[in-house]
Design a protein around this ligand. Structure first.
Ligand SMILES: [Zn+2]
Ligand SMILES: [Zn+2]
Length: 122
């Protein structure tokens, strides 16, 4: 083992492994790939399907589908319209993780936090 090989926990199942190009172990990577293909094909055939429908079709938890959406891989594969809930207010959205309204208020909150945590006010 070279000095810079690093041990990490698999992002999905938590098994300890040497960090390679990915942060998931080969087993989980394969499962994720299969899920990704299933979800991608389903959404291409059923644009605008809801998270629930996708999860049902792929026989997996909705969280897994949400994770795929968040990773941006589906978008890169050309699948854009997945109906899923805004992370904050549960409104139905088709891209990103929060709706336009929440995005706006998040921006305002971040701005406020920045104002509060100015170094000269410590
Ligand atoms: Zn794993
Ligand atoms: Zn929202």
């Amino acid at each position: 083992m070279s000095q810079d090989s690093k041990l990490i926990a698999c992002r999905v199942c938590g098994v300890i492994m040497v960090k390679l190009a990915r942060d998931v172990c080969p087993k989980c990577f394969q499962e994720e790939e299969q899920l990704f293909q299933k979800v991608k094909n389903f959404l291409k055939a059923n644009p605008g399907a809801t998270l629930e429908e996708v999860a049902k079709h792929a026989a997996c938890d909705m969280e897994h589908v949400e994770a795929l959406i968040r990773s941006g891989r589906l978008e890169r594969a050309g699948v854009k319209r997945v109906a899923h809930p805004c992370q904050l207010c549960q409104a139905t959205i088709y891209d990103g993780v929060v709706c336009a309204e929440c995005k706006k208020s998040l921006k305002e909150q971040v701005k406020m936090l920045k104002d509060i945590s100015k170094p000269d006010q410590k």
